[in-house]
Design a protein around this ligand. Structure first.
Ligand code: SAM
Ligand code: SF4
Ligand code: F3S
Length: 456
């Protein structure tokens, strides 16, 4: 189908998109939306009002599969679509993993597009409207092509900027390299040009995305160039730079230097540890030891003393003993994380860990998980106390969910901050602005205080 045919088939259609999984999927959804918008479609907030329903899926843990089947089945009871016909499309990592196999679990999906096929989604959906056939594309070749597509950003002041796709690390528990393919980096010029354009459009904060940003450039230039990228992005005038994820085995001293020296790089580092036990880290194929990780944390803190460190931790990896777990707890305490994403190990078919003996009872794992959550709450609470009585610049995101007279935003260290809206101020005028807040209360998951000075 040619471009004219695609836009003829799609012009005036409405679409609904629901995203599961990580920021990479969120960004892919922004590209899908951007493409559909450019073809004359419009976004709606309710699947009942949509001619096109899209699910962007994740398979990093098991629960997601059942949730997708439920979502697809619930589309059967929707009222007739505004145009008289509804196309259901499934994208993202489950689509890439299962392809046509998805149809054994759901029978009302018209389009299945893999993680490398985003640039073709308009054509696939247009064809489904024309011929009522199923259209499936999961070939692995074009993951970077989607990154030059139009783009529908969720926020005016913040942008997710993928700098690479895929992953080469094959951590033994993880499905991501199988569904996202190998690492492919964009060029430094392309990323810098994109951020420059975003700054011109009013964006104040960018988050550079990759499964392991420290490896950025290795495939393209023969050696990683993430430190250089940070410095060049710092020269675009963007006010806040964040990045995720950062694999400890590849975090170079030159990157820590760039983080310390580029003023726009925020004092926050997400450094996934996964386990505090060297024995388990080896089974996980993480390629660093507990001691390596702790030395890295020391090196980072030496250059950026008050940096906020966050992490990902898996509890109940096959064969994890109470002693291994005790090492995870003690490492979390030693690092003093300001936040952590904690996960119970989920067996993923096709990964090496799925073949490892795994006989720890579920209750034991749940008990470990609960103890870890408690330790993280304690370290987060302790970390936030450092901010008491300080003035922190807050990038305003909106109002608190519980109270619309309280503004909510993020500190440089990525802490959530609340403050009553100043007299006479309207939240719509403040979203995307930076405002100083003097902190007078530091809780586990947020800081609160009062606004001092004007928004900028
Ligand atoms: N590339 C990122 C990194 O290494 O930091 C992580 C990306 S992954 C989407 C996010 C997190 O999911 C991982 O850091 C890990 O903690 C968790 N995860 C991945 N596979 C898992 C599994 N099979 N079971 C439980 N958690 C898992
Ligand atoms: Fe998964 Fe490891 Fe790659 Fe992260 S680095 S996406 S955990 S394989
Ligand atoms: Fe999930 Fe795929 Fe991201 S499996 S976590 S959406 S890369």
């Amino acid at each position: 189908m040619d471009t004219q045919g695609i836009s003829d088939a799609l012009r005036g259609k409405t679409y609904f998109i629901r995203t599961f999984g990580c920021q990479m999927n969120l960004h892919d959804s922004e590209r899908v939306s951007g493409l559909l918008d450019s073809l004359g479609c419009s976004l709606v907030g309710d699947p009942a009002d949509a001619d096109i329903v899209i699910f962007m899926t994740c398979c990093v843990r098991e629960a997601a599969d059942q949730r997708l089947y439920g979502q697809c089945n619930s589309c059967k009871s929707l009222p007739t679509a505004p145009s008289g016909k509804r196309v259901i499309a499934v994208g993202g990592c489950i689509a890439q993993r299962d392809g046509e196999g998805l149809l054994t679990n759901v029978d009302n999906v018209d389009v299945i597009f893999g993680t490398h096929a985003i640039a073709h989604v308009g054509e696939l959906i247009a064809q489904a409207f024309e011929d009522s056939e199923r259209h499936i594309l999961t070939a692995e070749d074009e993951s970077l092509a989607a990154l030059t597509m139009p783009w529908h950003r969720e926020y005016s002041y913040h942008a997710w900027v993928p700098i690479m796709t895929g992953c080469n690390n094959f951590c033994s528990y993880c499905i991501v390299p199988y569904v996202r393919g190998r690492e492919k980096s964009r060029s430094i010029e392309e990323v810098v040009d994109e951020v420059t354009g975003l700054v011109r459009a009013g964006v104040r904060e960018v988050t550079l995305l990759g499964q392991n940003v420290n490896s950025f450039g290795r495939d393209r230039y023969g050696a990683p160039r993430f430190a250089e990228l940070l410095r060049k992005v710092g020269e675009t005038g963007v006010e806040r730079i964040r990045f995720t994820s950062s694999h400890p085995k590849d975090l170079l001293p030159e990157t820590i230097d760039a983080m310390a020296e580029v003023p726009a790089v925020m004092p926050h580092l997400h450094l996934a540890v996964q386990s505090g036990s060297t024995r388990i880290l080896k089974l996980m194929n993480r390629k660093y030891s507990r001691e390596d990780y702790l030395s890295l944390v020391d090196a980072v803190r030496e250059r950026i003393p008050d940096i906020a460190l966050t992490t990902d931790i898996i509890v109940g990896f096959p064969g994890e003993t109470e002693d291994d777990f005790a090492e995870t707890l003690s490492l979390a305490e030693a690092v003093g994380y300001s936040q952590a994403f904690t996960f119970i190990y989920s067996r993923r078919q096709g990964t090496p860990a799925a073949e490892m003996p795994d006989d720890t009872p579920r209750e034991v794992i749940q008990d470990r998980f609960d103890r870890l959550v408690k330790v993280i709450e304690d370290t987060a609470f302790a970390f936030n106390q450092h901010e008491l009585h300080q003035v922190v610049p807050v990038l305003v995101e909106g109002t608190s969910k519980k109270d619309s007279s309280v503004l909510q935003g993020k500190s440089p260290k990525n802490q959530t901050v609340h403050a009553p809206l100043p007299e006479g101020a309207r939240i719509d005028d403040l979203v995307g602005k930076i405002i100083d807040v003097r902190v007078d209360r530091a809780r586990t998951w947020y800081l609160s205080g009062s606004v001092v000075g004007a928004a900028r």
